[in-house]
Structures are given as structure tokens and as C-alpha cells.
Design a protein around this ligand. Structure first.
Ligand code: FCB
Length: 457
């Protein structure tokens, strides 16, 4: 049973609030070896036995590289203002260094122009995890040289696309790259070292700050920011042990990133906890990291409940779970946004990802995903509540436009508001997509040019 509010529910959101849908390159493009694309660490990771739940890979994914025009038409039919996508670094600069791949750059140029022609704002992310394999061979994000390669990559993309995109994000979720990729080893590149993870996190942050400086120095006009995955971190009980552990976990997840970005320092409690695993830094690094941003993105899915007995998780709080085993906790989004606004001098915030994996059933060309609609509607309401409490919000993007390659979960988990039949590549709008479109269509001042196409939904 859905509690989804009627489409008018967003009537109180400001007219300039940006509504969107999000994807990332590796998860949808496929064409892994096409037109000169180089290998990424995710191409390599998928080959490791047992790394991906269904032993799948990104070789074909949603075949978006070949179907992008139809997919842009689909986005247009939803009536969104913006499309958040990422550029595959190894597609545009295969080895991460050296020659650029014109065919790869052309692909993104055509796509950006295709979005603009449809009146949709392109929101570009530079690094949604698919690091060129050649850079990993030299240490990946643990190697300080990768910072400089990233800055060059950012400059190259800006030269080609910067004047046409509506915003540029440097990194998507540095915590995930560092902790899941370099400490737990359950994501690419599959390394298990806490020292490596912390060094990687520092280099990711440093490359973000230096890229902002370099882009502005070459005249980039696009608003610039970063995207973090954040959650409220809550103690399982009132015991002193659990509360102390909760403070530390909050430090590792949130303050480790927000403090250097906005205060110019790493949290001392986390540095003390890390001991010899704390990252090596150079003079000036922390100043670079706190380079002011024009906006900031937060990806929100669930909360973390912490006890001193073991690692935090998202399943034990007693709330209903999504198909990822993540608790559904929309209030947490309000709490998080208000906390960011209260504790840090943040620029306007965007929810750059939010959505849910659920067990969908495609029957007679329909997917009645009331659980997903309910999830999205309740989180949108939570954003509205944060705005009522004074948080400056710029927009909200659903994760995801399409069912896609959900990293280590492969194709088993479906986050799309559009269903993908991977055998035929047929796209089917789920009920949640129609609900989202109806809601956007009910706005005053919505994109008028696509009103005609919207009636075909
Ligand atoms: C986020 C990722 C995104 C997707 C969602 C479910 O951590 O940024 O690519 O996998 O989770």
C-alpha cells in the first residue's frame, strides 16, 4: 500500500528547485571495449572470482552507449529539469595519462548537446569510481600522482564541456571508494588495508580541492562541488560504550570528510584512533581541500545504527528494509541535512541520489512498485521539512533512472524507476516513474516545451 502523496505535494518547493534523475557511466554504458575506451578498475574487479554476486560485469550493462538517444527521450518524457550522469575517465583518456580519446569525448559532447536540445540541464560527475587501470597499477588513489592526473582530467573535460554543463562534481562518494575499495576490499580495486584507505581518502579530497582551483583558474563557469554519502549515525543503546563507538563512527563517515572540506582539519579523535594508519600529508594540502564549493551533493539511503559489539550496519534498527537490506528511514534525511547546515558553512545542498531497490515484478508491461514510490515520496517530504527548518536546498535526484549494474550486487538489485529487461534491453516505465512524472508535470512553470511529449506517458 502506498502512502505516496498526491502530485501537488511539492507545491511548496521553490520554482528554481531542480528535479532530476541520476545514473553513472560504468553502471549503464556497457561498450567496455568500444571506440578506444581503456580498462577501468571495475572492468578488472568484475573478473575476480566471487567479486560480483551474480558473476556479471559491465560489458553490456544497459547498452546506454548505443541507446543514449532513446534514453534521453525517456528522460525528457519524465519532465525532469536535470540529468546527473558521470564521464568514464578511461573512455576519454584511456590510460589516465597521455593521449585523449576523441571518440570518447565526442560521445559525451553529443550527449550533453542532446540534453540541452531537450531542455534538460546536464549535471556532470567526473569520478564515479571507474579509475583507469593503468593508474591503479601505480597505486591508484594511494599514489599522490593520481591527484595530478585527476586534475588534468578535470581540466580536459572542462575545456570540452564546461561551458555547456550545469554543474561539475569532482568525486562521487569518496568514503565508498576509500573504505569499500581499499579497506574492506568488497569494491574495486579490492584492497584490504586501512592505511591505504585513509591515504586514498586524503588524495581524493586533495584532488577535489586542486581540481576546483585549476578549473576556476582556466575560467570554468560551471558551479563546482563534491558528492558525499552520508547518514545519521545513531547509537543502538544508551550505554557509554555504544555512544562512544557511535561518535567514532560518525567521525569516520561524516566528520572525516566534512571537517577538512569546511573547517580545514581532520577530526582529532579519528586521527588518534587511526594512529600509524593516518594519512601522510604535505604542507598546503588542507588549505587546498577547503577551497570553497558552489554547491554540495549528498547521497542518502539509510541510517547507521552502531553498537560497540561490532561494525555498524543498516539492518538492525528494526525498521522495514529495502531489497539491499537498508532500513527505510526518511526522517534521517531531514536530520542529516539540518545537521550539515547547522554544523558547517555549507553552500546550497542537493540530494544527488536517493531511491530504493525493491523486488519488482514486470507483468503485462507494467511494474507496480508502490514501495519505491512510497520511498521516494517520503524522502521528498523529508527534504521539504529540511527546507522548512532553514536548509538551503538546490535540488533532488532519484537514483536511478534505469535498473543497472549495482556494483558488487550485479544486476540482482533494481533501483530504477524504469525497468530494464537485460536480454532485450527493453525499457518499461515503472509506476514510480509515472508518479514522478505526474508530480513534476503538476508544477507551475514546469518545462513547457515537453508538455506535448508528457501526455504520451
Ligand atoms: C551509491 C552509488 C550509486 C548506487 C547507489 C545505490 O552508493 O553512488 O552508484 O550504486 O549507491
Amino acid at each position: 500500500m502506498t502512502h505516496a502523496p498526491a502530485p501537488q505535494a511539492i507545491a511548496s518547493f521553490p520554482d528554481q528547485f531542480v528535479w532530476g534523475v541520476a545514473t553513472s557511466a560504468f553502471q549503464i554504458e556497457g561498450a567496455a571495449d568500444t571506440d578506444g575506451k581503456g580498462r577501468s578498475i571495475w572492468d578488472d574487479f568484475c573478473k575476480q572470482p566471487g567479486a560480483i554476486a551474480d558473476a556479471s560485469d559491465g560489458l553490456r550493462a544497459c547498452d546506454h552507449y548505443h541507446r543514449w538517444q532513446d534514453d534521453l527521450d525517456l528522460i525528457d518524457r519524465l519532465g525532469v529539469d536535470a540529468y546527473r550522469f558521470s564521464v568514464s575517465w578511461p573512455r576519454v583518456r584511456p590510460g589516465g595519462d597521455g593521449a585523449w580519446n576523441e571518440k570518447g569525448l565526442d560521445f559525451y559532447e553529443r550527449m550533453v548537446d542532446g540534453l540541452l536540445a531537450r531542455g534538460i540541464k546536464p549535471y556532470l560527475t567526473l569520478n564515479h569510481w571507474d579509475l583507469p587501470s593503468e593508474l591503479q597499477a601505480k597505486g591508484g588513489w594511494t599514489d599522490r600522482d593520481t591527484v595530478h592526473r585527476f586534475v588534468e582530467y578535470a581540466q580536459g573535460i572542462d575545456r570540452r564541456l564546461g561551458s555547456r554543463v550545469a554543474s561539475i562534481v569532482t568525486h562521487n562518494e569518496p568514503w565508498v571508494i576509500a573504505v569499500l575499495g581499499y579497506e574492506q576490499g568488497i569494491f574495486a580495486p579490492g584492497i584490504k588495508s586501512r592505511a591505504a584507505a585513509m591515504q586514498a581518502s586524503h588524495h581524493l579530497l586533495l584532488s577535489h580541492g586542486l581540481a576546483l582551483q585549476a578549473l576556476r583558474a582556466q575560467g570554468c563557469k560551471a558551479p563546482l562541488g563534491i558528492v558525499l554519502n552520508l547518514s545519521p549515525v545513531q547509537s543502538a543503546t544508551d550505554s557509554e560504550e555504544d555512544k562512544a563507538q557511535t561518535r567514532l563512527e560518525d567521525g569516520k563517515l561524516l566528520r572525516w570528510y566534512m571537517d577538512p572540506l569546511f573547517k580545514g582539519s581532520y577530526p582529532v579523535d579519528v586521527i588518534a584512533y587511526l594512529g600509524a594508519d593516518a594519512p601522510r600529508m604535505q604542507a598546503g594540502d588542507l588549505d587546498a581541500i577547503r577551497t570553497p564549493m558552489d554547491f554540495m551533493g549528498v547521497n542518502y539511503y539509510s541510517r547507521a545504527v552502531v553498537s560497540a559489539k561490532g561494525p555498524w550496519d543498516t539492518t538492525q534498527g528494526g525498521l522495514p528494509l529495502t531489497d539491499m537490506g537498508w532500513e527505510i528511514y526518511p526522517e534521517g534525511l531531514t536530520e542529516l541535512l539540518v545537521r550539515m547546515h547547522t554544523d558547517y558553512p555549507v553552500p546550497p545542498l542537493y540530494v544527488t541520489e536517493n531511491g530504493g531497490a525493491f523486488k519488482d515484478v514486470l507483468q503485462d508491461g507494467q511494474v507496480h512498485d508502490a514501495d519505491r514510490t512510497d520511498y521516494i515520496a517520503r524522502h521528498i517530504a523529508a527534504v521539504g521539512e529540511a527546507m522548512r527548518q532553514g536548509v538551503r536546498m538546490g535540488g533532488y535526484m532519484v537514483w536511478s533512472l534505469l535498473d543497472n549494474f549495482e556494483w558488487a550486487s550485479g544486476y540482482e538489485k533494481r533501483f530504477g524507476i524504469v525497468h530494464v529487461d537485460y536480454a532485450t534491453q527493453k525499457r518499461t516505465l515503472k509506476d514510480s516513474a509515472m508518479w514522478y512524472a505526474a508530480m513534476l508535470n503538476a508544477r507551475s512553470g514546469h518545462r513547457s516545451h515537453s508538455a506535448a511529449t508528457r501526455t504520451t506517458l
